[in-house]
Design a protein around this ligand. Structure first.
Ligand code: 6MZ
Length: 366
């Protein structure tokens, strides 16, 4: 491997297309919030403490934490706080474009609606400390759109710039009506940074037929869709997802030869989450991860973290793992990061501006 790879992966401008908000919360924050919930009697802290402190989590342990996230995010201030932290953490490692996905949650008892939840997220995005988080294109002057250099540090400017866009997730536990609500909300909030819909949640729960009407509605409305596909070997659903042909796919782990062939001919970009897949068993090991096959087939790919908090990783680390496991050079990693711009769901102005960022970084010898 080339010298200084770890530091280089941090300095590289990166595009993150698959990051779940609550899964990206720092362990220290999760522990602090879980303690508060324990003190209030909302949860038994001891039941969660070990899973929070654990390094390396299985799929059942992750789903246990998913339950905790849903309890934690019933409070608007907490949602705002974790959003600020998560965006700040990505910006700190030179992520220049972040599509963050989150499940809008209704909780009447706490006065939370799906809309107020998303508003709390947006409030967090607008108040990230020491980072210029660009949520609306109207924040940009036309000249800035083309000349922005998000890697503040490289230019001696300490404030980093990161473009942030939101995807609203449909949780696999939701009803068709709840899923439709999320799609309609995404439509209503498309001028506020919402650029798409995601289908996620415990992969062994729920039926494709339940979400299909909502996904079709999103398609009719022209809202881009990304779907978690093949986290478990659910043949019927994998085929239905490939047939549905969303804008992007998450994971694409447990595909058989025929499904892989179909995926490759579809050219649907895949969000690759190495650490997550190995930890949850979607891939047998890093070395045997399907990244290699798709990469050599020149399939459109982007490296992503999935849940940087849950899996104790970072986007820089995912790039480093690709270098150390598959032997990619810095030039190849650079192209991987640069190509991901084209799979972003943001509008053309943002993409144009991101292309400039990469040209600028290349010009500086990165
Ligand atoms: C499927 C996942 C996931 O939406 O509350 N989520 N769904 N597979 C994964 N891979 C391990 N990681 C996270 O973020 C947390 C939620 O994202 C989904 C789960 O529904 C989890 O509860 P938000 O911000």
């Amino acid at each position: 491997m080339e010298a200084g790879m770890r530091e280089w992966c941090v300095a590289l401008p990166k595009v993150e297309l698959h990051a779940h908000l609550n899964g990206s919360v720092r362990d220290s924050t999760l522990l602090e919030l879980a303690k508060q919930l324990g003190d209030r009697g909302d949860i038994v802290f001891e039941d969660f403490k070990d899973v929070i402190m654990k390094n390396g989590r299985s799929l059942p342990e992750c789903t246990k934490l998913f339950d905790l996230f849903h309890i934690l995010t019933t409070d608007h201030d907490t949602v705002t706080r974790i959003t600020k932290e998560v965006v700040g953490d990505f910006a700190a490692e030179n992520v220049v474009y972040l599509e963050i996905r989150t499940t809008p949650k209704n909780n009447e008892a706490k006065g939370m609606t799906k809309r107020s939840y998303v508003n709390a997220v947006i409030k967090g995005l607008k108040t990230v400390e020491d980072v210029d988080a660009v949520l609306f294109d109207s924040n940009l002057r036309p000249d800035e759109t083309l000349s922005c250099t998000p890697q503040g540090d490289l230019d001696g400017d300490t404030k980093k710039k990161i473009y942030v866009r939101l995807l609203l997730s449909i949780d696999r536990r939701e009803t068709t009506l709840a899923a439709l609500d999320t799609v309609n909300l995404a439509m209503e909030m498309k001028d506020q940074g919402v650029v798409g819909i995601d289908l996620s949640g415990n992969p062994v729960v729920g039926e494709w037929e339940t979400y299909l009407p909502a996904l079709e509605h999103a398609k009719e409305l022209g809202i881009p869709i990304t779907i978690h596909c093949g986290e478990v070997p659910n043949r019927k659903e994998i085929q239905a997802v490939l047939e549905f042909c969303p804008q992007r796919l998450g994971h694409a782990c447990c595909l058989n030869d025929e499904e892989l062939k179909k995926l490759k001919s579809s050219m649907i970009p895949v969000e690759i989450c190495l650490t997550s897949n190995v930890m949850t068993g979607g891939a047998p090991s890093l070395e045997l991860h399907h990244f290699a096959d798709l990469y050599h087939a020149k399939h459109p790919l982007s490296l992503c973290t999935d849940d940087s908090g849950l899996f104790a990783t970072s986007l820089s680390n995912e790039y480093y793992l690709v270098a150390s496991t598959f032997g990619l050079s810095k030039a190849e990693l650079f192209r991987l990061a640069q190509n991901a711009v084209e799979f972003a769901l943001a509008d053309d102005n943002v993409k144009k501006s991101l292309r400039v960022v990469f040209e600028h970084a290349a010009g500086k010898g990165l």
